[in-house]
Design a protein around this ligand. Sequence first.
Ligand SMILES: [Zn+2]
Length: 509
Amino acid sequence: MRITPIILTLLIFTFGELSQPLFAQPILIPSPITGDQKINFILLQVNDIYEITPVSEEGGIARLATLKKQLLAENPNTYLILAGDTFSPSALGTAKVNGAQLNGRQMIDTLNRAGLDFATLGNHEFDLKEEEFKQRLQESTALWVISNVTDPQGKLFPNTVANHILTVIDTDQETAKIGLFGLVLPSNPRNYVKYQDILTVAAQQTAELNSQVNMTIAITHLSVDQDCQLANQQPEIDLILGGHEHQNMAVETGENQPKIYKADANARTAYIHRITYHLDTQKIEIQSELKHLTADIPPDPQVAQAVNEWVKIAYEGFHKEGFEPEKVIAEIPISLNGLERKVRNHSTELTELLAETMRLAIPDTEIAFFNSGAIRIDDILLPGKLTQYDIIRILPFGGIIVAIDIKGNLLKQVLEIGQANAGNGGYLQTAGIALIDNQWLINDQPLDPNRIYRAAVNNFLLTGKEVGLDFFNRTHPDLKILIEGPDLRQTFIAELQKRYNFLKNYDRI
Ligand SMILES: [Zn+2]
């Protein structure tokens, strides 16, 4: 145990009057002030974690726990920071236990065990209903630092603060004060959340913290463009620890401006920032290392046990819903690319296969389309065995396939918005639809605005909640619901089994 001045004072106060001290008091001799007094500390940064087990051989909370322990051994002033997105959407989180989905309980429990110190909210935290969202915050042993969201009355959510001053005490009892504040992009509107303007709040927070701290760090869950704007507008910030893009990056934003760091999703990588603060010159040195969480890092046994327990609980839930997550359903000869940066901008073998599955699921359907945000795996499934759990990972939200009759002019409008949504989850994936030389083709024929087309869509798309598609909902007069069809995931599983007919080979596994 390190003895801080507070503890030392307490010991003297408690035992000072006793003639026989109960134990020898530690004597603290401050080292003489030399020319270069400095304080070293480590920030271990992760962001966008939805899986507690490794994904494609990398990541896993048990390895993250080990990495934090290793860094703590190197420097007791090590802090684990999450830059948003973990309550949702997770494949395991969709498992129902005692009638309710886990919805991130497994994430919070394992991150608690891994020693998460600070976190900010990501847009997906608000996927949860208000009560569950607050419940997850209360379950977390980390402090959630978020400056630009409150409830509609302006009240902070439980276990959140608008900023935090972290006092780092070195072995020489020198201290540095680190100001933390947090920002999230307002992309997930909910009636229990009030967002404030990111840059306005950032200016207020920076001004408030600057007079009190030696270093200011923004923990953000913003698009990288928004992070760059933040760096340009608030060059007083010393470091931006970000998330949201799911891929690692280290972005230089300009001279005397903070750098932006983001790690890969699912703790496949983590950023280790070794920071030195020079007390005399007030200079800050930051050495950042991108660390892959591979098999080189052994899983922490206790956290691994908790992870296995959650997997067991979730799999039991999936079994009750008719899934067999561990069951091999097919051996695929191709890669299925579900990386978000791919599927939110292009079609891939995976999106084509899924759209085609939807079109085939209901007879007489000409076309199919779905929002690319339905695909959450953010990973590439390589040729080889595919399990039911992989399908749950691809489509954690599940849902059903709905057959509709849609008028050509409405279809065109929807497709154009889907195209304009490139980069976000509202980008549409299609079957039987092509855009060639700025012309929409429906099964190779030009789209006729007056014709009625029969289409298969996922039910989420008809909620009006997709970006720019609020008008596209069940009440639109140019749209008729025909069939509330089969389960999307079960249909996809069946199609894969049929297409890559290796089921019999794996029946015994
Ligand atoms: Zn995000």
